[in-house]
Write a protein that binds this ligand. Structure first.
Ligand SMILES: CCCCCCCC/C=C\CCCCCCCC(=O)SCCNC(=O)CCNC(=O)[C@H](O)C(C)(C)COP(=O)(O)OP(=O)(O)OC[C@H]1O[C@@H](n2cnc3c(N)ncnc32)[C@H](O)[C@@H]1OP(=O)(O)O
Ligand SMILES: NC(=O)C1=CN([C@@H]2O[C@H](COP(=O)(O)OP(=O)(O)OC[C@H]3O[C@@H](n4cnc5c(N)ncnc54)[C@H](OP(=O)(O)O)[C@@H]3O)[C@@H](O)[C@H]2O)C=CC1
Length: 515
């Protein structure tokens, strides 16, 4: 029997961020591998007009729980939602719920965070730092707590090139910064944010770094471990290959490429694309929870959960596999044929943005206006460009993360645990993974049926014909306007054509001679 699965049986777990991408996969794996878990408390807030109960009822119907639903049909009875808002004092948890948590919980998994790169600093601090601080203060009062697992990000210290499994002190004192946020005007905070975050690229990574330091400072007697995943992508195996449910990380860009919207992107083709499958992160998280609770390491362990140092794959290779998968399995109603110019050169990228993003968008919107419909393409491209600008920091450079703690943990696992809670990314076959990622995005994120592929291929053929017709028309127009009207342009044109002809004749002659 797996020691990890056995450990969680009979235990009471608390998960924050359970409605999020990683939280759902964590909950699913926990309930499936340890069906006798006592209870899984989840902190949920009402959102978008839905009460907490409605949100949870919808969530358990989600496809991600299909496997656990098959294995144990009453799995939802173990899930105990608690109304909470992490940015509010005492997390807005009622006195009754609080009592229950303090007396029952054995393990806490803290996943909740704002992952938006453009989050105003005040809100990012309130949630990612102060929310963590409040949760830690609850954890210290929990009578039966055995482990507290904090999910950070491998990019929390992205202002460094080499990142070890240690906590780096931040440049400011977190408490002083939080005090400042309390009285300072919102517009002033906005203005001084770039100065405050210094060489961090956004408020997300900055506040995650502050949160790590705070966890170390305020851990007291708690058994804590920190997990630092890199760019979390679709699942490798569990619950299904390619499972994904949001547009974060690389997923939005991959879909935009599949839809033929993204035709150019600023990346360093040789830079390592540190994608990590979500199930790998969750397996490591559960293994670390078990290890922290059972072995109680003397110091707080940080686990870098990355692929680059062990099984590197570059952005250029990702781009190639994404495009080739979408050519074989096209998305429905693509805007253009999927293809991607990937360059780290600013000017070349700007040229392609103008030619293959803005010009087609303007033409399409003109066509929409002329046919009495609402133009929308320019708006989509403006949003895409905003996202690309925020992501390019991560796609134009590489980092090196050490992974000693992660490797040591792997070595401590029994063969059965290593199989059931696999986080050995040496076995990851990238081209197969990327193919499943793209197909998973099509199926689970866009809800497109695989039976629609022949029609989608037919649509791509139509787009190709439109493109040929458009290019020919453009050539004729250019000929009429520039070449046919000017003697000099005509001479140049004949010179180029005769040069091409001579080259062709030369190659034909030399290849005949060889035979
Ligand atoms: C050939 C292709 C090759 C691929 C090349 C890939 C290149 C680059 C790839 C990736 C590098 C990633 C590096 C990450 C490293 C960090 C690691 C971590 O720790 S990761 C934490 C991750 N956090 C994020 O990833 C948040 C990033 N996102 C944001 O901050 C925001 O989304 C932002 C500022 C980029 C855009 O904000 P808005 O306000 O314009 O849009 P919004 O609110 O996000 O979305 C509005 C609606 O549109 C959908 N949407 C978003 N993106 C979409 C898309 N691409 N296509 C379709 N719909 C999309 C959303 O689902 C949303 O829908 P509804 O309103 O909820 O129904
Ligand atoms: N995705 C990635 O690529 C990576 C993620 N991480 C880290 O992993 C963790 C999980 O990320 P992921 O699952 O992708 O993120 P999601 O955005 O999918 O989920 C975030 C979760 O946090 C909850 N949450 C947000 N604000 C509050 C609040 N004020 N009160 C209560 N709950 C709140 C959300 O609840 P609600 O549904 O109500 O919004 C949601 O459940 C985060 O800590 C993130 O930093 C690290 C590296 C990479």
């Amino acid at each position: 029997m797996s020691s990890i699965a056995a450990y969680y049986n009979g235990k009471t777990i608390l998960i924050t961020g359970a409605t999020g991408f990683m939280g759902k996969v964590l909950m699913e794996k926990l309930l499936r591998s340890s069906p006798d878990v006592e209870a899984v408390y989840i902190l949920v807030r009402p959102k978008a007009g839905q009460s907490m109960q409605e949100r949870v009822a919808n969530m358990v119907k989600s496809k991600v729980f299909d496997r656990v639903r098959e294995d144990c049909p009453n799995f939802q009875e173990k899930i105990k939602p608690i109304n909470a808002e992490l940015t509010q004092p005492n997390l807005s948890i009622s006195a009754k719920d609080l009592q229950e948590l303090l007396s029952q919980v054995n393990v806490v998994f803290h996943c909740a965070a704002t992952v938006r790169f453009d989050e105003p600093l005040k809100h990012a601090l309130l949630l990612n730092v102060m929310g963590t601080q409040q949760l830690l203060s609850l954890a210290r009062q929990m009578q039966k707590l055995e482990a507290f697992i904090h999910i950070s990000t491998a990019y929390a210290n992205c202002n460094r090139r080499n990142i070890d499994e240690v906590i780096y002190p931040p440049p400011v004192e977190t408490k002083k910064l939080c005090d400042l946020m309390e009285w300072m005007d919102e517009s002033v905070i906005q203005e001084i944010t770039p100065k405050l975050i210094g060489d961090w690229p956004n408020t997300y990574t900055y506040t995650k770094a502050l949160a790590e330091y705070l966890v170390q400072q305020e851990k007291e007697h708690l058994n804590i471990a920190i997990i630092r995943p890199s760019i979390v992508g679709a699942s490798w195996h569990e619950p299904f290959p390619g499972w994904i449910d949001n547009f974060n990380g690389a997923s939005g860009m991959i879909i935009a490429a599949g839809k033929g919207i993204l035709q150019t992107v600023k990346v360093n083709n040789e830079a390592v694309a540190d994608l990590i499958p979500v199930d790998v992160v969750i397996n490591l998280t559960l293994a670390a929870g078990w290890y922290t609770a059972v072995h109680r390491p003397k110091t707080m362990l940080v686990y870098n959960c990355t692929t680059g140092g062990i099984n590197p794959f570059c952005w250029g290779e990702i781009g190639y596999h994404v495009i080739s998968t979408f050519k074989r399995n096209p998305l429905e109603q693509a805007f253009r044929i999927p293809r991607a110019q990937m360059t780290s050169n600013y000017l070349i990228n700007q040229y392609w943005i103008a030619v293959s993003h803005k010009a087609p968008a303007m033409l399409y919107d003109l066509y929409m206006r002329l046919t009495g419909r609402k133009p929308r393409m320019m708006k989509i491209f403006n949003r895409l460009h905003k996202s690309m600008l925020l992501l390019e920091y991560f796609t134009c450079q590489s980092w090196e993360w050490s992974s000693e703690n992660t490797n040591t943990l792997m070595a401590q696992l029994s063969p059965e645990d290593r199989r059931l809670f696999n986080f050995d990314v040496r076995q990851l076959h990238w081209s197969e993974y990327i193919e499943n990622y793209c197909i998973g995005a099509k199926k689970y994120l866009l809800n497109e049926d695989m039976s629609g592929i022949p029609a989608a291929k037919q649509h791509l053929r139509k787009l190709r014909n439109i493109q040929y017709a458009f290019n020919t028309t453009l050539l004729v127009i250019i000929w009429r306007i520039f070449i046919a009207r000017s003697q000099m342009a005509r001479n140049i044109w004949y010179f180029v054509v005769s040069l091409c002809y001579k080259f062709l004749s030369y190659f034909r002659a030399s290849s005949t001679l060889r035979h």
